[in-house]
Design a protein around this ligand. Structure first.
Ligand code: C2E
Ligand code: MG
Ligand code: MG
Length: 754
């Protein structure tokens, strides 16, 4: 081994302390925390190296020979080894071999007295960064160390950049494939050049099944046109990112899913860089896009939209949708010059079905009615449920009102067939009002309102039928004022008169009582029915004097019959809610009864269910006052109100008068569920029952079988003037006297009611 001498700083001018500075300025230390190992068997050489490096700020570790160097290399990390070659125990080349064999990350500078070219090349080939020949100048040493460390640092930085790049690339790949969205690339032809793995979980296709295929293969036909437009727009160089909602076909069970696709065209610039900014000088090479699955949002939106526009019980359109469609149909009619019809369908007696048979049956019935009607209508017709038991039907483009007539008749035919629910047959009927565009109104509100007016007309005329709206119905309303003035006069000039309709005991055939029904003998118009003027009287307050007159006259008549004809009958008088609301009504009525010396319980006041429902609390209050005075109360037209049957328990009532619409629905002896329910319920509540509007023998038979004992109706007698009633009773008495000794006529001991 060559002696290594002298002190390295020898020959350098100036103060020893200045040395590091001079070195510092020349040799920027890339890393003074570098871990440097010095391996030299020559103690002075080691010391000298250590000193030079220490002045420059490097800390070093010393190894006295090759074996110690290897030991240290194995136990710690070194950045650099300054390695002597010629060492007695282990040659420097062996140390280098070890470093190589064990891939130790340590750079090597050989500092050797072996000056031959071969040694130098071998050292460099074995991985040394530099080869310094002893003796070396400190400057030379430091430059070499500095270069080696700088290179090392650069290499480390490069390595870390590389690592970061690789990491970023795999992260990128991870992000693309694990994106919750589908990320895709279409080529110029619209074929998939790339799609991430997400396609598998969203649409069920593998990437391989999609790549190379044209996008149209995956677009649902509903949205094909929109998709073509969107992707072709890209080709035309549209710049902005375009967001489109598309329905895509899933591989699973032919299902579909909704996506929001944001696509942007990719272009290749002249220098071969991909861009997305749509410069016309660049060539379009495809479309880059991200498609987000919005199926759930879409479904929620659709559900909300559906709920906004549909009735969820029947799944029919609701009022809003009906009005929209009507608007559209009117615009269409305006263009085509064709008519359209609006029908207002109201189910008769629905409330009673609902209350007597339960809400489940009521709901089922509405569903079945909706289904039956819908299945018989044209595609273009809109049937909507607009209220509890109310339906609106829009019939666009009719040639003639005869078409509407035919359809209304068809609906009545369809709905009179029984509906089967829980093995029970349920019979219903409808009242239908019809208005025609443009003759009955040129706005949707007017058409609906007029159809509604026509429907009410049907209800008043006995339900189960249809009517076209007519101007007369409107004039009827405008005539109210004339009626009011005329009626005011009629009360004072005695143009009113009373008709009486007898009430019979079905089983014995005897007359039990009479109902007083007012008529207006108009000097010009002849007899006017109460349906023409009672509502006007109620609205104008004239019902108070009118009602008083009716009560007084009826009591007077009855009293006379008792006196002159020996006939005792119970008397039913209709009253309106307005009368009940009047404070003195109870006392006035009682006074009238007293004056005519009538037994209190011979008078029954009838009030309609509908009137009671208008203000239940008031009705309970007034009726209670009557009943405390011993006057009997009957609920008239029972079953037509829209109330719950529970209210009956709160009212002081004696009798239920079953509305004639129920009686008229008795056509066969099986058709009985509702009326039977009413009868059973009334009996349960201990109420008397009387059936109104009895017109034939079948009805009598059924009522009798079901347990309803009393009836009135055209079958027995129409309402008749007083003299005719007396004749009728006398005739009956004669018949009874001749044929039936147990006749029910007054004076007969077996019939206490007359
Ligand atoms: P209401 O009290 O239910 O009277 C029964 C109505 O049914 C009567 O009509 C009667 O003519 C009719 N009717 C009776 N039997 C049959 C039948 O077998 N078939 C058919 N289709 N109809 C039958 P009217 O006399 O026209 O009375 C109509 C309504 O006017 C009455 O219905 C009652 O609510 C009201 N009304 C009559 N008179 C008065 C009154 O003095 N005061 C008040 N407030 N209302 C009255
Ligand atoms: Mg009545
Ligand atoms: Mg009635």
């Amino acid at each position: 081994m060559h002696p290594y001498y002298p002190a390295p700083w020898r020959g350098i001018e100036g103060n020893f302390e200045t040395l590091p500075k001079a070195f510092d300025s020349k040799h920027q230390k890339p890393n003074n925390s570098a871990r440097i190992l010095i391996a030299d068997d020559e103690p002075r050489a080691r010391a000298s190296l250590k000193e030079i490096l220490r002045f420059t700020g490097y800390e070093t570790t010393l190894a006295e020979n090759g074996s110690e160097a290897i030991e240290l290399l194995n136990s710690r990390n070194f950045d650099l080894i300054l390695l002597d070659l010629n060492m007695p125990d282990l040659h420097g080349h062996k140390v280098m071999e070890h470093i190589d064999n064990f891939s130790l990350n340590c750079d090597i500078i050989v500092i050797s007295g072996e000056t031959t070219f071969d040694h130098a090349t071998m050292a460099l080939r074995n991985g040394a960064q530099d080869f310094l020949r002893k003796p070396y100048s400190p400057d030379e040493l430091l430059r070499s160390v500095s270069n080696a460390l700088e290179r090392r640092q650069l290499k480390a930085e490069n390595h870390s950049i590389q690592l970061r790049l690789e990491e970023s690339e795999s992260l990128h790949k991870f992000i693309v494939n694990n994106s919750p969205d589908m990320i895709y690339l279409l080529d110029q032809e619209g074929r998939f050049a790339f799609i991430n793995e997400r396609v598998k979980s969203l649409l069920g296709y593998s990437q391989g099944e999609v790549i190379g295929e044209h996008f149209s293969k995956f677009i649902h036909t509903d949205d094909m046109e929109r998709a073509q437009f969107t992707f072709n727009e890209r080709r035309a160089g549209e710049r902005a990112t375009r967001s489109t909602e598309l329905k895509l076909c899933s591989k699973r069970n032919g299902g579909t899913r909704f996506f929001e696709s944001r696509a942007v065209p990719i272009e290749l610039s002249s220098i071969g860089i991909y861009t997305t900014n749509g410069d016309k000088t660049k060539s379009f090479i495809g479309t880059y896009g991200v498609a987000r699955d919005i199926t759930e949002r879409k479904q929620a939106e659709e559900l909300i939209k559906y709920q906004l526009y549909h009735d969820l019980l029947t799944n029919l359109p609701n009022r809003s949708l009906f009005r929209d469609r009507l608007n559209m149909a009117m615009a269409q009619s305006k263009r085509s010059g064709k008519k359209l019809a609006v029908m207002y369908l109201d189910m008769d007696r629905f409330k009673i079905i609902n209350d007597s048979l339960g809400h489940f049956v009521g709901d089922e019935l509405l569903k079945l009615v909706g289904q039956r009607l819908r299945s018989e209508l044209r595609e273009a017709d809109t049937l909507a449920r607009v209220g509890g038991d109310e339906f609106n039907l829009l019939v666009p483009e009719i040639n003639d009102i005869q078409d509407a007539r035919n359809l209304a008749e068809k609906i009545l035919r369809l709905t009179c067939e029984p509906f089967i629910i829980k093995n029970e047959e349920i019979f219903i009927s409808f009242s239908i009002g019809i208005s025609i565009y443009p003759s009955d109104g040129d706005t949707k509100d007017m058409l609906i309102k007029n159809a509604d007016i026509a429907m009410y007309k049907v209800k008043n005329a006995g339900k189960n039928g249809y009517a076209f709206y007519s101007e007369k119905m409107k004039t009827h309303f405008s005539q109210s004022l004339d009626i009011e003035n005329g009626l005011r006069k009629a009360i004072s000039t005695n143009e009113l008169c009373l008709y009486y309709q007898p009430q019979f005991d079905i089983n014995s055939g005897s007359i039990k009582g009479v109902e007083a029904l007012v008529r207006w003998q108009h000097p010009e118009k002849g007899t006017i029915q109460p349906s023409e003027f009672i509502s006007v009287a109620e609205e104008s307050g004239l019902i108070i004097p009118l009602g008083e007159w009716v009560l007084r006259k009826a009591c007077m008549d009855i009293k006379r019959w008792m006196k002159e004809e020996s006939i005792t009958l119970s008397l039913s008088v209709n009253i309106s809610m307005q009368q009940l609301e009047m404070d003195q009504f109870v006392s006035k009525a009682l006074k009238i009864i007293k004056r005519h010396e009538l037994p209190k319980d011979s008078l029954e006041l009838e009030i309609t269910e509908h009137a009671i429902m208008q203000d239940m609390d008031k009705a309970i209050d007034a009726l209670t006052r009557f009943s405390h005075k011993g006057i009997r109360i009957a609920i008239d037209d029972f079953g037509t109100g829209y109330s719950s049957l529970g209210y009956l328990q709160h009212l002081p009532i004696n009798t239920l008068k079953i509305d004639r619409s129920f009686v008229q629905s008795i056509k066969t002896s099986e058709d009985n569920s509702i009326i039977d329910a009413i009868i059973t319920m009334a009996k349960g509540l201990g109420l008397n029952l009387i059936a109104e509007g009895v017109e034939n023998q079948t009805q009598i038979e059924h009522l009798s079988k079901a347990g309803c004992g009393l009836a009135q109706g055209f079958f027995f007698s129409h309402p008749v003037p007083e003299n005719e009633l007396l004749e009728f009773i006398k005739d009956l008495r004669n018949v009874d006297n001749n044929e039936k000794p147990e006749s029910s006529i007054a004076g007969d001991s077996d019939s206490p009611s007359i």
